[in-house]
Design a protein around this ligand. Structure first.
Ligand SMILES: C[S@@+](CC[C@H](N)C(=O)[O-])C[C@H]1O[C@@H](n2cnc3c(N)ncnc32)[C@H](O)[C@@H]1O
Length: 241
C-alpha cells in the first residue's frame, strides 16, 4: 500500500495532473480554512464570557467595547503595560489604548509602513490605507515606520530588556494580512509570557488573521485562550495560557 502511495505521489510530480485544478485551488484552500474557522468557533464560543455571537450585523464601534472589557477585566488602566500595535494607520485604536492606560512607565509602540498595505487584501489594493504618522502629545507613544519585516528585528535589538521583562504585554494585531500577522506572531514568540494579551482585529478572516493564528498556535504549540469577541469573532482577544 505504502509503495503504491509513494509511486503515485512521485508520478504526479512528473505528470502534473493536479495543475488541472489550479484555477480553483485558492477557492479550495479558502473552503479548507473557512471550515477550520467554523469548527474553531463552535468549539470555543460557549467558553467566552464576552461574546456577541451570533449578531446579524457588524458594528465596527463594538471593538472599543471589547477594548474596555479587556481593560477592566485585566485592570489595565493603572497598570504598567508594554503595548505593541501592528497596523496603526491613522492611529484610532493606538490612541484609544494610549488614552486609557495612565501608568507613567507604560510604553506604546506602533508599527506601520504608513504607506498603506504592502499587498492586496480582499477588495483593498496595495497602498490602500496609507496615512500620516499620527500626531500625539504623549511621550510614552512611539511609531516605527516601515514594513514589520524590515523594522521589527531592529526594534527587538534596541528593546530586548523591555521585551524580556515581566511587564504585561498587550499586543494588537491589526495589519489585516496573513503575511504580516504570521511574521509578527513568529517573531514575538520568544517574548510571550503567560497572561500576555493578544488582540486580533480581523480574526474571522479565514485566509488571513485566522490562518496566521491557526498556524502559530499549531506550529509553535502556544496556548491562546479566547477571552472576548465581538462582531462574530471579527475582533477577538486572547490571553496566553
Ligand atoms: C486596518 S489598518 C490599521 C488600523 C488601525 N489599527 C486603526 O484602528 O485605525 C492596517 C494597517 O496595517 C499596515 N500594514 C499591513 N501590513 C504591514 C506590514 N507588513 N508592515 C507594516 N505595516 C503593515 C497598513 O499600512 C495599514 O495601515
Amino acid at each position: 500500500m505504502l509503495k503504491a502511495i509513494k509511486f503515485f505521489k512521485d508520478l504526479f510530480l512528473f505528470v502534473p495532473v493536479s495543475l488541472v485544478i489550479q484555477p480553483i485551488a485558492r477557492y479550495l484552500a479558502f473552503i479548507y480554512y473557512y471550515n477550520l474557522l467554523v469548527r474553531w468557533i463552535y468549539k470555543n464560543k460557549k467558553g467566552i464570557a464576552y461574546n456577541d455571537f451570533y449578531s446579524p450585523f457588524r458594528d465596527y464601534h463594538k471593538r472599543s467595547t471589547l477594548y474596555q472589557y479587556i481593560l477592566d477585566q485585566y485592570n489595565l488602566s493603572q497598570q504598567q503595560v508594554l503595548y505593541m500595535e501592528f497596523g496603526v494607520a491613522s492611529g484610532v485604536s493606538f490612541k484609544w489604548w494610549l488614552q486609557n492606560n495612565q501608568h507613567s512607565s507604560s510604553a506604546f509602540f506602533g508599527f506601520d509602513t504608513f504607506e498603506g498595505l504592502p499587498e492586496d487584501w480582499g477588495v483593498y489594493r496595495k497602498g490602500d490605507m496609507s496615512s500620516q504618522i499620527p500626531q500625539i502629545d504623549d511621550q510614552r507613544g512611539h511609531f516605527i515606520k516601515g514594513l514589520f519585516q524590515d523594522t521589527f528585528l531592529g526594534f527587538v535589538e534596541q528593546n530586548i530588556e523591555q521585551l524580556k521583562s515581566p511587564t504585561q504585554k498587550v499586543i494588537h494585531l491589526d495589519a489585516d494580512l496573513y503575511t504580516a500577522t504570521a511574521f509578527v506572531l513568529s517573531q514575538l514568540y520568544p517574548y510571550l509570557r503567560k497572561g500576555d494579551l493578544i488582540l486580533f482585529d480581523e480574526f474571522n478572516v479565514a485566509m488571513h488573521e485566522f490562518k496566521a493564528f491557526h498556524e502559530f498556535t499549531t506550529n509553535f504549540q502556544v496556548n491562546l485562550q479566547p477571552v472576548a469577541a465581538v462582531n462574530n469573532f471579527y475582533q477577538t482577544a486572547f490571553v496566553v495560557a
